[in-house]
Write a protein that binds this ligand. Structure first.
Ligand code: GLU
Ligand code: ZN
Length: 502
């Protein structure tokens, strides 16, 4: 590979044909953020260019794929708000969209490639391949497949068969340099010695990703392949395969390719699927909004403008051009993701906000008994909470003082707020609060302020023990609004309980 800095071509759309792109995950494990970013860029590209998004399931690896993971993928796509024009549940002209249901197609194409001499049977055993690879390496030669079975004679083939060997099918790479213009990285060149012949069908007859992916891209008339950088090395192989498929009348035109940058996690290591930080479910459970998460993930390689980090998905679609994607690795920054999500939470209207919090106000997230939840208190407190949350799950600890029979007991908060003299202060505050106007948070503030003055304390210092007595915590929602919503009776009772404890 060479020359990653050459100019990028603009998206070759000019022919007036709307693009057809695909999102084609394998249903293995849980959906992860890398996958979501790929889906997002394909979706935004399709929508921006009024093209077609094909959702294809690459489930040809029976050992690793699972139905559970397939269901999770669809659920994730829906939660994120993506729609697709062809694929599972919506159908389309290239049905079926699950590769496990397309095996006859691949068998047929493999046979045609064999018949035309674009592929051949390779009888080499793993041990033989390993031994020759080692020898090549030791001799400082390219260590890929050495073409051993490219032109076996009929006798050699018979001899292998007689030994009981079962062959794989290998694609014959043309002995030529392959150059293509990546939509993200510019011109890329692969020399033939670096792209050896490769397997396309296993010895047991199962077709491999190397075959089924480009075959389906061809049959489904995909015009643009946007995918992660980890797949860059398969592109010269696929381009060669495409050429063969075109010759056979199976493919029309080789698609354009764009490889999205790596996402780096902690310690500047590639974020892997297995990294807990990369699990989409984690972000869902923590209460990321899909629009907040997508806004953040779009920044992994792309930006709307230098001075704007926060935008809606509609704004992204309107502006998205894959040739603007930056090829350099992008760093996944959880703090930034949360900050962006917080902005999206603030952008909701209050009603929407209260509705979206619903899952975290119930079991298993909420620690209070369902019957202790009070809808009118929730409606009253929600607007005060909205501007303070980074993720929706934080709502629970912010409002639990309203629904738990007693404030949570948090020793660290207690120790921090309850100092010498706190009991005297609390006694005065209780007295003044008892005489305050409980329909007006200002009046409650006056009461605590006045109590503080009597003890030589500023408001901040005076309200800390009150907050801990009533909510259990040193930080939380605006205190006097919180007290008003909790109500006079409970507030005073909690101060009494704290005094008893002191
Ligand atoms: N099923 C492949 C994967 O999930 C798709 C790769 C591609 O986009 O070509 O890695
Ligand atoms: Zn061989």
């Amino acid at each position: 590979m060479a020359n990653a800095n050459s100019p990028k071509s603009s998206t070759p759309l000019g022919q007036g044909v709307p693009p057809r792109v695909r999102f084609c995950p394998s249903p293995t494990g849980n959906p992860h953020v890398g996958l979501v970013r790929t889906a997002l860029f394909n979706w935004a590209f399709a929508r921006h260019n009024e093209g077609t998004l094909v959702f294809r399931i690459e489930d040809t690896d029976a050992a690793r794929d699972s139905e559970e993971s397939y269901d999770q993928l669809l659920d994730a796509m829906r939660w994120l708000g993506f729609d697709w024009d062809e694929g599972p549940e919506v159908g389309g002209p290239h049905t079926p969209y699950r590769q496990s249901q397309r095996m006859d197609i691949y068998k047929d194409v493999a046979q045609k490639l064999l018949d035309a001499g674009h592929a051949y049977y390779c009888y080499c055993s793993t041990e033989e391949l390993d031994a020759r690879r080692e020898a090549a390496r030791a001799a400082g030669k390219p260590s890929g497949y050495d073409g051993h079975c490219r032109d076996l004679s009929a006798e050699q083939t018979e001899a292998y068969k007689a030994e009981g060997r079962t062959p794989i099918v290998r694609f014959r790479m043309p002995d030529e340099t392959i150059t293509f213009t990546d939509l993200v990285r510019g011109e890329i060149t692969y020399l033939p010695e670096n792209v050896p012949d490769y397997g396309i069908v296993r010895a047991n007859g199962a077709p491999l990703y190397t075959l089924v992916n480009p075959v389906d891209d061809a049959l489904m008339e995909i015009t643009h392949v946007l995918r992660g950088e980890d797949l860059l090395s398969s592109t010269p192989r696929q381009i060669a395969l495409y050429k063969a498929l075109t010759e056979l009348g199976i493919a029309k035109e080789t698609p354009a390719f764009g490889h999205l940058p790596y996402v780096m996690g902690e310690g500047n290591k590639k974020l892997s699927k297995r990294d807990p930080q990369s699990s989409l479910n984690l972000y869902r459970e923590r209460g990321f909004l899909p629009e907040g998460l997508l806004n953040y993930l779009s920044l992994l390689g792309w930006s709307l403008s230098a001075d704007r980090d926060i935008f809606t998905i509609g704004e992204m679609v309107a502006a998205f051009d894959v040739t603007d994607v930056n090829p350099n690795p992008a760093r996944f920054d959880l703090k930034k993701a949360e900050a962006i999500n917080a902005d999206h939470i603030r952008m909701l209207d209050v009603k929407e906000f209260t509705e979206r919090c619903a899952p975290w106000l119930r079991a298993p997230f909420a620690p209070w008994a369902p019957e202790d939840f009070d809808e009118s208190k929730w409606q009253a407190v929600a607007p005060h909470a909205q501007s303070r949350l980074k993720v929706l799950s934080e709502i629970t600890e912010n409002v639990d003082f309203l629904f738990l029979p007693e404030p949570v007991s948090d020793e660290a908060s207690w120790a921090k707020a309850m100092k010498e003299g706190s009991d005297a202060l609390l006694r005065t505050a209780r007295e003044k609060l008892a005489g305050a106007d409980w329909t007006d948070p200002e009046s409650l503030k006056e009461a605590v302020l006045a109590a503080g003055e009597e003890h030589g304390l500023k408001l901040g210092k005076a309200q800390a023990p009150v907050r801990v007595a009533v909510t259990g915590r040193t930080v939380g929602l605006p205190l006097f609004e919180s007290l008003e919503i909790l109500g006079k009776e409970k507030t005073l009772a909690r101060i009494d309980a704290a005094l008893a404890k002191l």
